[in-house]
Design a protein around this ligand. Sequence first.
Ligand code: CA
Ligand code: CA
Length: 465
Amino acid sequence: MRLGTLVLALLPALALAKPPAPGVFCTKYPTAPVCTGGQPACTYCHSSPPTRNAYGAKVETALVPTAPRPLSDGDFSMALPAALGAAESADSDGDGYSNLLEIQRGTFPGDPRSFPAPLGPCDGPKNPGYAVCTVDNRYLFRKVQLDFCGFSPTYDALEAFAKSSDQTARLDALLDTCLKSDFWRGKNGQVWELAHKKIRPVGTLKSGSEEKGLVPLADYYDDYALYTWSQIDDHDARDVLTADFFVTRAGTGPTVYSKVANRAGQGVDQAHRAGNLSSAWSLAYFVMFTALPRNAAAQGYRAYLGLDIAKQEGLYPIPNEPKDYDAKGVQGALCSQCHATLDPLSYPFRNYNGLTNPNPEQYVPNRIETQFAGLAPNISQIPEKGYILGQPVNDLKGWARVAADSDAFAANTVMDYWKLLMGGPPTPDQNDEFVKLWKRLKNENTYSVQKMLHELIHTEAYGAP
Ligand SMILES: [Ca+2]
Ligand SMILES: [Ca+2]
């Protein structure tokens, strides 16, 4: 064998694991359990990168075999869907189940020790009180009241329910009652619990009339109010990212949320608002003093789409990026694979000012030019146009629109409630019901979380003891 041929033959094995691979995989298989609330790890295709497991090796043989190696990230991403398709019917690890079946059932197509369990009748423990493994309305009545109202039904109420002939309608009526309770939607209620990791409150920094901190920077109760609004009363869940209005909260039992055009302490003008992405708190806390707000972009991506760039999730590298306008050294090999996604994701935030004077927590045209000009030679070239999920956007409102309309947003919205109500992410057996919920949230239920919850309480996953 000539040396040149030998080198060419070895090159595929020398190529590193490709950062875009998990994102492309999940675009092709959005309902695969491994793509539910995350993305496949490198080990899905590699024993340890760059060495591929049996499944990864099978995919590689179909990956434009005539093209010279290594493939660029762009060529790789273009070719991968067809190569995945070509590997579907094979049983690469020889466990008797095709790669496609294993992908759909949430087992590893490259590991013969991992294979689908037969979908047999349920063999859970016997429970004298409830019909285990079939939906039990008596159990469900108690669970709905406990989960959504915060207390158990009385014995008499439970007996009356058990004797009634319209149990399904009663369950739905109970849910509607509980969804109006303070336990569910009030200050520090269940919906607020879901918002904590999106808003990341810090008591010391809170401004406003309630619980004002020692260094008051912004009132994140406005963020809780908009989030809660977006999740209740048949409102559109996407408002949390796309609203150009604010929401006030008043009273208890019931807690009342109302839409308002402007709000004291919120400085971004209406034309540049993108829900909680542009709230005073988000700008104060996630932008702070940075020129290019990568942290704000990454937090929005993680909180609302469930994609954590630090874990190599949601990578859609843009050709010729990162440009490193702010001279942070992000073009190094280890950094560039994330920053080719993260930097273009961050550009639309360039005019949203954090705590830098003047005009903190506002949209400031030419913010970089006027406030950060001396930071790096090319810094004023940071564009406002950027990319999210591989799609070009003109500004933060465009960013929010693409994000809010994505499958990732719908799935992440349902995932929050699934984890809250089931105690963890969907198991492979529950994945079909989970996928149906988020697809219907998006396509049938006009992003109404209330409608989604009515469907969720009637799933087998929720109703079987
Ligand atoms: Ca197999
Ligand atoms: Ca297997």
